[in-house]
Design a protein around this ligand. Sequence first.
Ligand code: SAH
Length: 354
Amino acid sequence: MTPVERILVKMIEASGPISVSTYMEACLGHPEHGYYMTRDPLGAAGDFTTAPEISQMFGEMIGLWTAMTWVAAGRHPWKVIELGPGRGTLMADILRTGRMIGFEPEVWFVETSPVLRAKQAEQVPQANWVNSFAEVPEGPALILANEFFDALPVQQYLWSPEGWRERRIGLIDGKLGWGLSGVLPIDHLGTWVEISRGANQIAGQIASRIGSHGGAALIIDYGYRSDDRPDGPTLQAVKAHKMVDALTTPGEADLTWLINFDALGSSMLGLGTYRSDQGAFLTRLGIGQRAAALAEARPDEADAIADALERLTSPDQMGTLFKVLAVTSTGQPVPPGFGQIADPESAVAGSATW
Ligand code: SAH
């Protein structure tokens, strides 16, 4: 039994089955035993890899987006805020790229894990750290989040023949097992619904900060559109780069769910919102050209660079599974990387514009 499991079993014995969000909160964020609090899960020796860890080209494209958005808005001294910065690799790549055009912002990291804070300090020693977005001092900011929202606790609801029920985790023969709550007083049609109070709250805070102080946000995550909704509940667990059962190793596997990007975008009321697949977005920003230049400069690494390009942009890898949402204050131009692909020749086949 894992330490988090022992805590959860006691909690369920004392007060009954728990919601999926309570489960995620304990597994990922328990101050002493939580998954993110006790380890760096990234990289080959860890449990999963993210786009910034695959190749510097990802951070360079995001750096280009960030610096160009800053230039378009008039080069004012905007902060850069990153939610859940992992090892700090994305920010290090952004700052290196931005510096070339004079973009040297104050950096704020929203991070709860002491282990990852230490890693971030190695790469971005000048950063400021806070535990929650609300603690970042006011003012216009460029806000970035890569694979952050999908780690926030989510609640899952099923439309059953009797009505809406919440997915719960209880004890079956002394072990953690899935179950359903009694019927909830909600009247609506559908199959599964997933609601994250944490994600909704942070999305609202991002929108109101941009609305009242200006700035822009870029949110990149594993997700889907409303017309391409997955059938079942999307909570998934990953350990050592493999999918594992979500209930067998609480606190020792990464837990994520899929973000509905249409819903996330429509929660940014009164702001400019732009959505794209990751592959099309990176392609419009010029990742193809960057890969060619890098391969020319480092011929020994040409194969690895081509592999990384493929992983980040191809529709059967991260290209369409990952989505991008940009949010700007009203009156700002269309941010870089959205809208028509200027050069269709360089577009990744199959990665749709939407
Ligand atoms: N953006 C990074 C890491 C993604 S993993 C990358 O792309 O490589 C998720 C990150 O979010 C980790 O840094 C984790 O510690 C952080 N995190 C998870 N839940 C959080 C919360 N509630 N508040 C702040 N940070 C959180």
